[in-house]
Write a protein that binds this ligand. Structure first.
Ligand code: ZN
Length: 586
């Protein structure tokens, strides 16, 4: 027989769901009463009734059979999304009395939003073993489903628990797969975690938790004394708990009854056995802790924190259990203290006694616990180390007056840090100044270079005639200003212009030489573009666009370009030499 066949056979040998169990699953879902007012029909999802409410029914008004309120109760809407409060039951089912939500059929649409999903683990004592069957369950009320019908369910995992053996088979999480193989936990936990797990993976519709049905069945099983009902089931760890019960039933019983549920939780959830202080293989639970009668009595008189025993064990019997109990009640941080003791090469009990001496001394910061004294001492050490104190000396490592030593060391340390900080800030300020000076130098250098370029360009392009002037921008800033004022894209050319890669010129009126008006891009002697406000893309009295400046100022521009073409000739004063205009007086 293949692994898969064995798994399928194992799953088939599990007890099938019986009516009571199916009803318990049904009860996990919201209870609706669907009502079709004009036919006077109702359907109940709790007890599967479908009936037409007659006059006689309406007259009956005992609490159990109150049809009147069901017929008059307003329809309840579903919440709009998952985070809204769900609808609350507002009536009682007239048949079984369960609180229910009324849904008027004509307001429910296709009822797709009412589909809901649950995960259930159903327990049963059956043929000498405790079985758990895990189901993915759902209820739907769309067309084709019986409104008063049972949930649909799918078996996704089968578990069998017997003393000394826990078995599991689950479907893979994807698709409608078969049961693949049988997982077994056939011995106690030696290391790592339990091999038996819930079959459920996180899913948006289901989450990862599950509801347990048939907890009473455990009372029929050998695990009846393990106090499963007291174990925290909200963490959905029942299957792991039962697995642990297969191997440590008496120890779990003892721990649960001793109020040491945390220890059981550690075993179930994380496979942590606290093996240093609990002998899980000792059949006599009283001996499992390895304590003598006297110490056992002392321990049972405490809050039964397993850390008390662990502390006692770690100190190898050098310290009495009573002292350990005392230290724990005074807020000892076992892990932190032992780590610190190891780091500074101290006997842990010496460090604990030292720290304990400062608990409750208001003078030293009013330390509430050995744990806060530890933090205070470590705070001192951090400062002392930084200040180069001789910590290998006993009276420096554990100063006689920790409060004074702490304040002195931390004060010195703070001052040192402040000095370093000030130095650092000075250094940063110096770097900032240097960077600023460098920036200014570069700007000045660029300005100087541009000044040379500008003079050259001015000589070539600078022009004035008939009240108009063409000139070279004074610098990058002026080009940016031109772009802002005229709302066109010349700003993007500013860098290229000052680097001499392209040439931008301003055309201005002689009377307003500093008011942006028209902008020109040149390529040698060739005019590439000339534009004014918004590239002429504005409404005007004449239509959608302002006229093209190249056309409007054709005479001026052509004269200028012609002059340029002929070599930008100038008279002695530097004014452009122009050919005499036809018909104009000299
Ligand atoms: Zn009902």
């Amino acid at each position: 027989m293949t692994e898969q066949e064995k798994a399928e056979r194992f799953a088939k040998s599990a007890p099938p769901l019986r009516d009571g169990e199916l009803e318990a699953i049904n009860a996990l879902f919201p209870t609706y009463i669907f009502r079709r007012s004009y036919t006077e029909e109702i359907w109940t999802t709790c007890c599967h009734e479908h009936t037409t409410v007659g006059i006689e029914d309406m007259r009956v008004t005992t609490p159990e059979r109150n049809f009147m309120s069901v017929m008059w109760e307003p329809h309840q809407r579903e919440p709009r999304n998952r985070w809204c409060e769900p609808a609350k039951p507002s009536v009682e089912c007239p048949f079984c009395g369960k609180p229910a939500i009324v849904k008027e059929m004509r307001y429910t649409g296709k009822r797709e939003n009412l589909s809901s999903y649950r995960r259930a683990v159903v327990l049963r004592w059956y043929r000498g073993a405790l079985w758990a069957r895990a189901y993915d369950c759902s209820k739907h009320y769309t067309a084709g489903y019986d409104l008063a019908g049972d949930p649909t369910y799918k078996l996704v995992g089968v578990y069998r628990f017997r003393p000394g053996l826990a078995e599991e088979t689950t479907r893979s999480w994807y698709g409608n797969s078969h049961f693949g193989h049988i997982e077994k936990q056939d011995g106690p936990l030696t290391k790592g975690r339990w091999r038996i797990h819930a079959p459920f993976y996180a899913n948006a519709d289901y989450g990862i938790g599950y509801d347990v049905i048939g907890l009473d069945e455990i009372q029929e099983s050998p695990f009846r004394y393990c106090c499963a009902a007291d174990f925290n089931l909200s963490g959905s760890r029942l299957l792991e708990f039962l697995t642990a019960c297969c191997f440590y039933p008496r120890q779990i019983e003892m721990l649960m009854k001793a109020g040491m549920k945390n220890v059981v939780t550690d075993l179930v959830d994380r496979g942590v056995k606290h093996a240093a202080v609990i002998d899980w293989n000792e059949p006599n639970p009283a001996k499992a802790f390895g304590l003598n009668r006297q110490d056992m009595k002392i321990f049972l008189g405490t809050n039964r924190d397993i850390q008390i025993l662990e502390l006692h064990k770690k100190l190898k019997g050098r310290i009495s259990l009573t002292a350990c109990v005392e230290w724990m009640t005074r807020g000892l941080n076992v892990r932190g203290t032992f780590q610190a003791a190891k780091k500074w090469n101290l006997a842990p009990e010496r460090l604990i006694r030292y720290l304990d001496g400062y608990v409750g001394c208001a003078q030293y910061g009013g330390m509430q616990s050995i744990g806060s004294a530890l933090r205070f001492w470590e705070d001192y050490l951090t400062a002392a180390e930084a200040m180069g104190y001789q910590l290998h000396r006993d009276n420096v490592l554990l100063p006689r007056n920790l409060g004074e030593a702490h304040d002195k060391a931390t004060k010195e340390h703070r001052e040192k840090l402040a000095r370093e900080r000030a130095r650092q800030e000075q250094e940063w300020a110096r770097q900032r100044e240097a960077a600023e000076a460098e920036r200014v130098r570069l700007v000045q250098k660029a300005e100087k270079e541009y000044e040379k370029l500008r003079a050259k360009l001015e000589k070539k392009y600078g022009f004035s005639m008939d009240g108009y002037v063409i000139r070279v921008p004074m610098g990058k800033d002026e080009i940016l200003e031109e772009g802002r004022k005229l709302q066109h894209c010349v700003s993007g050319y500013a860098d290229r212009h000052v680097q001499g890669k392209t040439t931008i010129l301003f055309m201005r009126k002689v009377k307003k030489p500093n008011e942006p008006w028209l902008t020109i891009e040149m390529n040698g002697n060739k005019l590439v573009q000339i534009h004014g406000f918004k590239n002429e893309g504005v409404h005007t009295a004449k239509g959608r666009f302002a006229p093209d400046p190249r056309e409007v100022y054709r005479e001026f521009i052509d004269t200028w370009l012609d002059w340029l073409q002929k070599g930008s000739r100038r008279d002695k004063k530097g004014n452009p030499k122009l050919p005499r205009k036809k018909g104009a007086a000299a």
